[in-house]
Design a protein around this ligand. Structure first.
Ligand code: UDP
Ligand code: MG
Length: 312
């Protein structure tokens, strides 16, 4: 079978040589032992790096014929760089594996991915066995995120990121999902094809620093919820109704106090509290609605998710 590996890279000059060396060796052994065809390839997608990443990619393609490179015109973000590679190459291989450049994902899994593909699976997920190499903060927030997603009724594979194999059939179906705010791992289960998981231990980054800042991660998580569920909007409606019914009771109480008891001068505290409380809920609700409208806005413009500058 003809295998392709797609690797988005953003300022990865520090890990590039090692990644290329290890993958090159693995590929050679897999081709020699006939597990994959010799037309198989490894494609780096340079996501507008500002360091020497593209020059290194170019060098790799000159040295070994199974390396390819795609250069995006600027930084589009990890998910867009990944979709660029997948969409560009989906018809050039029987299956594509997506992985990060930093060697956090165990590359020995690649053989198991291929085995599962040969057994007839269209999608094979790489799932982290544990999160021991993460900071407490990242582990905690990740757990919270998965809980929130499942509460919102979103079907995801916990502890699976973007290390997976997809058959060209699955990729061609993925091509029909035109969303701009991409959260690829949330879309794959929606395809519904035969899939399975393989477990591995994710190690720390080989070199360099994470390219996901806290801010990027938060917005990514927001995409993971708002792009897949309208439950937040329902919660607003529900909150609105609850407050409305509560206020009916308050009206009864206030009228009673005024008409029958006559002590209606006090009440600064209750007034102030309700102003802040209702004001807060309203602003939050407008914000949530805004998130959806913003996505409609972006989707309606239909701008390209990525722009390719060069391909080698
Ligand atoms: N990446 C990218 N564009 C970006 C940010 C990241 O192509 O704007 C790539 C990066 O080079 C790496 C992968 O996405 O190959 C995952 O990034 P990183 O390892 O920094 O994320 P983490 O593992 O810390 O979540
Ligand atoms: Mg990483």
């Amino acid at each position: 079978m003809k295998l392709g590996i797609v690797i988005p890279c953003y300022n990865e000059e520090e890990v590039f040589a090692e990644t290329t060396r290890l993958l090159g060796e693995l590929f050679k052994s897999m081709i020699d032992s006939g597990i994959i065809d010799k037309e198989s390839f490894i494609c780096y997608v340079d996501d507008g790096s500002k360091d020497k990443t593209w020059a290194l990619i170019q060098k790799a393609t000159e040295e070994f014929n199974y390396f390819k490179g795609i250069k995006l015109s600027r930084n589009f973000g990890h998910q867009n760089a990944l979709i660029a590679g997948l969409m560009q190459l989906k018809d050039d291989a029987d299956a594509l594996i997506s992985m990060d450049a930093d060697l956090q994902d165990d590359i020995t899994l690649i053989k198991s991915f291929v085995e599962k593909f040969k057994e007839g699976y269209e999608v094979v997920y790489g799932v982290r066995e544990n999160r021991r190499t993460d900071t407490k903060f990242k582990r905690g927030t990740a757990e919270l995120f998965y809980k929130l997603q499942s509460y919102m009724g979103i079907d995801t594979i916990s502890n699976h990121a973007d290390y997976r194999l997809m058959s060209s059939k699955a990729l061609n179906t993925l091509a029909d999902f035109k969303e701009i705010n991409l959260f690829i791992r949330g879309i794959i289960p929606l395809l519904g094809y035969r899939s399975c998981s393989i477990y591995y231990i994710r190690v720390e980054r080989f070199a360099g620093e994470t390219k996901y800042s806290l801010k990027k991660m938060l917005f990514f998580a927001l995409d993971g919820i708002v792009s897949f569920s309208v439950k937040p909007l329902r919660l607003i409606t529900l909150t609105g109704f609850s407050i409305f019914f509560l206020s009916l009771l308050v009206i009864l109480w206030v009228t009673f106090e005024k008409v029958f008891l006559g002590n209606t001068v006090d009440g600064w505290a209750s007034t102030i509290i309700s102003i802040y409380f209702i004001g807060g809920i309203q602003l939050m609700s407008i914000g949530i609605i805004g998130e959806y409208i913003g996505r409609i806005f972006e989707q309606s413009k239909g701008r390209p998710r990525y722009i390719i500058d060069k391909e080698i």
